[in-house]
Design a protein around this ligand. Structure first.
Ligand SMILES: [Zn+2]
Length: 222
């Protein structure tokens, strides 16, 4: 990652000290690598391919988000679409996302200033379907927020874009922002294996989205 730099925020607050050792498990790494179609060429050169258990590196931090997306439901391994989104979110995401790539996105990122886009997904006919994760995803979002972002991007990968710039017009549009709010809310309500701080972050992020990313405010907070 010669072209971008970052400083790593507190690893307890973000949840990386909790989840880093969990993802350092070869069977999980192999499963996630296939399920989300990682390629070494998109995660080497400073993104952590050679240091997958290093929780200051992007790859470990992406895998922690996937772990959180996978295992947070108290009813795991039930992933039935008849259940709530905390149960089936990972199933949907890994089926919808074509490939997951790390990119800088912005030239530098510090805990006090981490500008720019978090992630981006492109999809459609004659398009190389892919999802890119940028420095703010790795270093401005704790583990639970990364899980929510991956789910958000998977809604795009399944073909549902935003219908009002970067916003969704309404809750009823049933877009990526609604899905992200729902996942974060269920995680805060009944997620297992997580810290209180991670749940607080999830609730705050959900309310931030509710207040800012719908043209018509849904009319509630969580
Ligand atoms: Zn989006």
């Amino acid at each position: 990652m010669a072209t971008c730099t970052y400083t790593v925020p507190n690893l307890d607050t973000s949840g990386d000290n909790l989840y880093g050792p969990r993802i350092c498990w070869q069977a999980f790494i192999d499963w996630a690598w296939e399920a989300f179609d990682f390629d070494s060429g998109d995660w080497d050169d400073g993104f952590g391919y050679d240091e997958v258990c290093n929780n200051t590196q992007p790859l470990s931090r992406a895998l922690s988000g996937i772990y959180c997306l996978t295992y947070s439901s108290p009813r795991f391994p039930n992933e039935s679409y008849g259940g709530n989104i905390l149960e089936w979110g990972c199933r949907f995401a890994r089926n919808a996302i074509d490939e997951l790539d790390a990119r800088c996105g912005t030239s530098s990122c510090s805990p006090s200033s981490c500008p720019g886009s978090i992630a981006r997904t492109q999809w459609g006919p004659f398009t190389d379907d892919l999802t890119e994760l940028y420095l703010p995803f790795f270093y401005n979002q704790g583990v639970s927020l990364r899980a929510g972002t991956i789910l958000h991007e998977s809604r795009h990968a399944d073909g549902k874009g935003h219908d009002s710039g970067n916003n969704d017009s309404s809750w009823g549009y049933n877009g990526a922002w609604r899905w992200q709010v729902c996942w974060l809310s269920w995680f805060a309500f009944e997620g297992v294996g997580a810290s209180v701080a991670m749940k607080t972050q999830a609730t705050q992020r959900a309310n931030n989205i509710i207040n800012n990313n719908f043209d018509t405010h849904p009319g509630f907070n969580v």
